[in-house]
Design a protein around this ligand. Sequence first.
Ligand code: ATP
Length: 354
Amino acid sequence: MAEIRIHHLHKRFSDFVAVRDSTLTLEDGKFVVLLGPSGCGKTTTLRMLAGLEFPTSGSITLAGQDVTYLRPRERDIAMVFQLFALYPHLGVRGNLEFPLRNEGLPRAEIDRRVADVAAILRIEHLLGARVGGLSGGDRQRVALGRAIVRQPQAFLMDEPLGTLDAEFRELMCVELRKLHARLATTTVFVTHDQNEAMALADHIVVMDRGEILQSDTPGGIYNAPSCMFVARFIGRPPMNFLPVAGAVRAGDVAVSLAGVRVAVPCTQADAAGAVLGVRPEHVCMGAQGGGLAAEVRHVEYFGSHWIAELATAAGTLKAVVHKSQRPVPGERVAVAFDTARVVLFDAATEQLLP
Ligand code: ATP
């Protein structure tokens, strides 16, 4: 079991708190993505997992062993950095062998492991090549190979796809997913890119200003964001927010948006003020009549669908509109929401209302 447990982990750099009292269990064999804006503490968390940084307080266990103050080489974890510093003088085979030689493994075992890794990553034909002449993608594979050849209990990856162009990033996401499906090694991957997170993760941990805001499956994060920050951070275009008129009471099944009653899933809490959240694909645009009156302000074409910006008395929102329903700027329409997919946030705390 290579479960990683983080317990009340806290990291201060003089007066600045980079990671605040984080408690988290990263399940064995899962692909976990730490996601958040620049400076939220993702890299600091990862560096503490790697042993490159020690926490101010709190603890880390790997497979039941307390590793909090172990040095990097004393923990069975491989770190993959953004910039792959392959050894230029060693060639592909030499780079793959390097970590195994360091461990003092017998020659036959080294050969077997290098052959296995080369087969998994489909780089057998490159084993005799020098690293200088490799394409970006091949370098990336060799670097991955160098990390997996050690067969560590966990991989830590800090924006490893950060320097690649968009098309290649997508390809490498697929490669990483396939590799993980095959090896099932616990992986912690840091990114600020929500698409990468959604494509890769079994589990996403959203951070902001040193704190963990939500830790859940991609579906859980998307459908039931714990707060407005998470709702805004995941999904493009982002979730629409519309202020609710008046207070919300436990048991309410409808709220008022600028005088129009809108059905919502039954709330279980009171709030003096609330904000209704609805994703653009759960906004239905129909003929004028029932629902919230709106005017189409702006449209964008995406081939399979349109994104329409709609002005209503409750605020502006975006809707995903089927390609057949061509929206026209200036058109007057009515909007309705997919009731089951609407969420409510407390206006004061911005937390999801249960
Ligand atoms: P990025 O994506 O930009 O790397 P991040 O979420 O990974 O962001 P961290 O690198 O963990 O963020 O940094 C969190 C905060 O801690 C930042 O404000 C950073 O300036 C600060 N920080 C990180 N390392 C140190 C250090 N050694 N000394 C002082 N402050 C630091």
